[in-house]
Design a binder for this molecule. Structure first.
Ligand code: ASP
Length: 295
């Protein structure tokens, strides 16, 4: 991989967070990083597509995924190497992943129980602790852009549902009919789960690997500023306006220049309960742990 990447995984199945710090990996945390101690810039991404069984993964499909991930990294790296901000890198990288039908975000989002797509996204800047998020939006083409607009152009952090859509329209962001998010693969995945539900009585609540996926990006720019962003369709067959950790600052996304930038993917309810993204940062800040120990 061409980019300087720090990918940190927790040891838990289905729970992982991607984090990036402005500290050298072997350094103990200190409040501020001296410029000579950090890489010029850094970028890490995750492109969640649900669990794909080895038997379903053709060489062509694998090549398609790798190409898309590589392209996303290239987009972010170009911005950072050219002196762009970490926020710009996070935005453009995630927009690319949202526009791809391969990942569970934007165009490739999973379906709700009712057979539509409800999208969540969030963003945070490490330099000033500003953050924005949208939850349950159905017509916003690039939810990460709506999250950034909330951060920059509203006094709020999290907008949900119709209100968030109204705000996105006011902001002049691209909107699409909900059918834009239709992909056969995701629709079939919902049908499989619904069939299972019909055979049993009631809702299938067990998280299956194929239910998950999210995209995210953390970046460090040449000025030493961190940013984190996350975007997702959530979990297949979600219901009742369910939102996971992805639009929750401190759960699925967090950034603080004094510590790290974090974007999580996995079973969102756990990330919310344990405030995972903030906890990684807090461990670095309060315990002086390095990034990988904290993660
Ligand atoms: N964390 C996301 C959610 O729970 C899903 C995922 O990352 O796989 O909505």
């Amino acid at each position: 991989m061409k980019n300087t990447c720090l990918l940190i995984f927790t040891g838990l199945v289905l729970l992982s967070c991607f984090a990036c710090t402005n500290q050298k990996p072997d350094k103990k945390m200190s409040k501020t990083s001296a410029p000579q101690d950090r890489p010029a810039y850094a970028l890490a991404i995750h492109g969640g597509a649900g669990t794909i069984r080895k038997s379903d993964m053709t060489p062509e499909l694998e090549a398609e995924y790798l190409k898309a991930l590589d392209e996303a990294l290239t987009i972010g790296e170009k911005i950072l190497s050219g002196g762009g901000t970490s926020l710009e890198a996070v935005e453009q990288t995630i927009v690319y992943l949202e526009d791809s039908p391969l990942f569970n975000a934007g165009k490739g989002a999973v379906f709700t129980h009712e057979g539509r797509n409800e999208l969540d996204a969030s963003v945070m800047e490490g330099s000033n602790q500003m953050a924005g998020a949208v939850g349950g939006v159905t017509i916003v083409k690039n939810p990460i852009r709506a999250a950034i607009a909330v951060m920059k152009n509203s006094p709020h952090v999290l907008l949900a549902g119709e209100g968030a859509e109204e705000f996105a329209i006011e902001q002049g962001l691209d909107t699409v009919p909900n059918s834009y998010f239709f992909t056969q693969k995701r629709y079939d995945a919902l049908q499989k789960i619904l069939e299972k539900e019909n055979r049993k009585t009631g809702m299938v609540t067990e998280p299956a690997g194929s239910k998950f996926g999210t995209v995210g990006c953390v970046a460090l720019d040449k000025n030493g500023n961190l940013a984190a962003g996350t975007s997702t369709g959530g979990t297949v067959n979600k219901r009742w306006g369910r939102m996971g950790d992805s639009p929750i600052i401190g759960a699925g996304t967090y950034a603080n220049n004094a510590t790290c930038a974090v974007s999580c993917t996995g079973h969102g309810e756990f990330f919310i309960r344990y405030a995972v993204a903030h906890d990684v940062s807090a461990r670095m800040e309060y315990l002086g742990e390095d990034l990988s120990t904290a993660a």
